[in-house]
Design a protein around this ligand. Structure first.
Ligand code: HEM
Ligand SMILES: *[C@@H]1O[C@H](CO)[C@@H](O)[C@H](O)[C@H]1NC(C)=O
Length: 464
């Protein structure tokens, strides 16, 4: 009996302590003018719920507090904005003190010159340097031939095999960018590079706790190793004096390039390119494979487009720019996949000063999660929004409507859009003209910050 009372008393004590803690944390952040919402636990806030429930967390909070609410996630007090007008406003007004606000671990691991870490004129300069590497001319003359060569070999020998399509598209996104960046072929140094890169990616999405065995520590180490590989590459190239027709070559030919970056900036830019195109391109490709499998009519139409291109060509003739331009339906499939799967749930900003937003006062240094996911299921913009219907995109105006935020908006709009589309299109070209496939399993997984996608989706492939 006494035991029971002791346990009960203990429990009550713990409960009181917890609710006091929660209460204290609410009071700590109480300030006139802040929107509604809850701050969760000290330090951890509502991170666990946010990561575990994903989009449902957002929906629940919105039902309670409206589409502009406060929370505490990923170590920072955060305003979540799900209001389309306001989201557009925030993206368009970086100059008014709404700069990127990605987690500390991401900034530490991607480097202090990476594009998300720089603002104002430095951002303009780094972005200009990047755009010069992936301009339409560069895509036409240098990148597309590399992408073509890569894709056709990457998907050989899938015949009569069970393929983990998630793994394959991840390798594809990474290796294809490595080839474009430095002409590095699969094999050689690409394997150890890829291992380091995957560790780097995990590190950027972890809490910044620098202890042995944490993903953060491993990520930092991976960054060091990658910098090591890249420095060596720079050195070798300087010694050999050969000209290389790839991104690194462009960055190193300072006499010809308007943008004269230091070695540190070059390496951070390369890491930025690999990182930004990795999860986006791989997940879109995987989800396209899934949706195409589930929608035979779409697959049939897509195949028709690609077989027509193939017919005009000799068997081994590569895809060129005019072929790419003619892939209207493929483009529509890629947009519809990005919309329905919501490859990017939203983007993060932070305030550089106290500011008024939507009639509320947001303190300096708070994060703003510009949550753009919901707009993808808006039945006014996309009638019958839960249906996979690429045809809706054949009307060009849908791509240019002002709430098209799949690639972000404003001064930070994705510079890699056309490059990403070129990669996915080329992959689909070889994939659908060579193979048929059926699904054989995979489990649903939520993944911050980008996607909610089946984990380890497997397909059984056979010749078309
Ligand atoms: C095809 C799939 C892709 C999607 C859906 C996508 C989506 C996005 C989004 C939503 C943003 C805005 C981030 C923000 O505002 O904070 C962004 C920015 C960015 N993307 Fe992409 N992206 C894709 C492919 C690529 C590729 C292939 C590259 C490679 C060059 C790339 C490079 C970047 C960079 C460097 C930024 C930052 C731009 C800046 O801050 O000025 N993206 N992307
Ligand atoms: C692309 O290839 C097709 C043949 O497949 C050819 O007719 C066309 O002229 C080429 N376009 C360019 C820009 O080279």
């Amino acid at each position: 009996m006494a035991m029971l009372i002791a346990i009960l008393a203990g429990l009550i004590l713990v409960l009181c302590f917890c609710s006091a803690l929660l209460r204290w944390n609410e009071v700590r952040y109480r300030k006139k003018g802040l929107p509604l919402g809850t701050m969760g636990w000290p330090v951890f806030g509502e991170t666990t719920e946010f990561l575990k429930q994903g989009p449902n967390f957002m929906k629940n909070q919105r039902a309670r507090y409206g589409s502009f609410f406060k929370s505490h996630i990923l170590g920072c007090p955060t305003i979540v904005s799900m209001d389309p007008e306001l989201n557009r406003y925030i993206l368009m007004n970086e100059g008014k003190g709404l700069v990127p606000g990605y987690p500390q671990s991401m900034l530490d691991i991607l480097g202090k010159c990476n594009i998300a870490a720089v603002h104002g004129s430095t951002h303009k300069y780094m972005r200009g340097a990047l755009l010069s590497l992936i301009s339409p001319t560069m895509i036409r003359d240098q990148l597309l031939p590399k992408i073509d060569e890569f894709m056709r070999t990457h998907i050989t020998n899938w015949d009569e095999k069970i393929i983990n399509i998630q793994e394959k598209t991840k390798e594809m996104a990474f290796l294809s960018s490595l080839k474009q960046i430095a002409g590095i072929e699969s094999g050689s140094i690409s394997q150890p590079f890829m291992t380091e890169f995957f560790k780097l990616v995990l590190g950027t999405l972890s809490l910044p706790i620098d202890l042995p065995g944490t993903n953060y520590r491993r990520g930092l180490q991976a960054r060091k190793n990658i910098i090591g590989i890249l420095s060596q590459l720079l050195e070798e190239r300087r010694a050999s004096k050969e000209t290389h027709l790839d991104m690194l070559g462009c960055l190193m030919r300072k006499e010809e390039n308007r943008y004269k970056l230091t070695d540190e900036e070059i390496m951070d830019l390369i890491i930025t390119i690999m990182y930004s195109g990795y999860e986006t391109v791989s997940t879109t490709s995987m989800m396209a494979v899934k949706y195409l499998h589930d929608h035979p009519k779409v697959l049939e139409e897509l195949r028709r487009e690609h077989l027509a291109i193939r017919e005009r060509k000799k068997p081994d003739e590569p895809i060129n720019c005019s072929d790419l331009k003619s892939m209207k339906f493929t483009r529509a499939v890629i947009f519809e996949t990005s919309r329905l799967a919501t490859i990017v749930n939203g983007v993060l900003r932070k305030t550089t000063q106290d500011m008024e937003l939507n009639g509320h006062l947001i303190p300096k240094g708070w994060r703003i999660y510009v949550y753009t996911r919901e707009i993808n299921y808006d039945s006014f913009l996309y009638p019958d929004p839960l249906t996979f219907n690429p045809w809706r995109w054949l009307d060009k105006s849908l791509e240019s409507q002002s709430y098209f935020l799949i690639f972000g908006g404003g001064t930070r709009q994705c510079p890699g859009k056309e490059l990403g589309i070129a990669e996915i299109s080329t992959f689909l070209h070889y994939f659908v003209t060579r193979y048929r496939w059926e699904e054989v399993g995979g489990e649903k997984l939520m993944n911050f910050p980008r996607v909610e996608a089946p984990n380890g989706l497997h397909i059984r492939v056979s010749t078309y």
